[in-house]
Design a protein around this ligand. Structure first.
Ligand code: FE2
Length: 173
């Protein structure tokens, strides 16, 4: 048995290099650990690069019908941190195209300047609970989730609503 010990990084190639580097550094509240005219390594934790951006000016926009990556996701340590990220990006005019309670996670999906899709999420179930949820009737009936309004969620958090109530799947709104 030799599984990897962790997922290390993603490299995005782009024709709008500076725009993408700035967007991703902002999005992750990260730091460009190394950057030159066509390659930047962005880090926000103990990994030297989680996202790297490669600038290749000749690239063309991919066909929407191409197969491949749908989205990738970053987990935050708490609902509060997830909403902080949401508000920080919103203050810069960047809002998610989808905010949803998946049952296992509460998630916000963003598109970067190239249209790459990225999810920010917080886990609201442990592994066993998530397994049970995904094998249960609610997931069979609706494997996508229930839409949530993050502005409302921010207000609910500020009003002192309990975490249990805010993360409850059946009353997600
Ligand atoms: Fe996802």
């Amino acid at each position: 048995m030799a599984s990897p010990i962790k997922f290390a990084h993603i490299v995005l190639k782009t024709a709008q290099y500076r725009v993408m580097v700035d967007w991703w550094a902002e999005f992750l509240e990260g730091k460009v650990r190394f950057g030159n005219d066509f390659l930047s390594f962005i880090s926000y934790d103990d990994e030297h690069h989680r996202i790297a951006i490669a600038g290749l000016p000749h690239l063309q926009e991919p066909d929407k019908k191409s197969w491949g990556l749908e989205h990738f996701a970053f987990t935050y340590d708490s609902l509060e941190s997830l909403l902080e990220q949401y508000e920080r990006m919103k203050s810069r005019g960047i809002t998610p195209y989808l905010t949803i309670h998946h049952g296992m996670t509460i998630s916000a999906y963003y598109a970067d300047p190239d249209g790459n899709q990225v999810e920010t999420q917080v886990d609201v179930m442990g592994m066993d609970e998530a397994d049970a949820f995904m094998h249960g009737p609610l997931f069979a009936e609706n494997p996508i989730g229930r839409l949530m309004n993050f502005d409302t969620l921010v207000d609910r958090m500020k009003s002192g609503e309990s975490l249990d109530s805010m993360t409850d799947y059946l009353t997600a709104r």
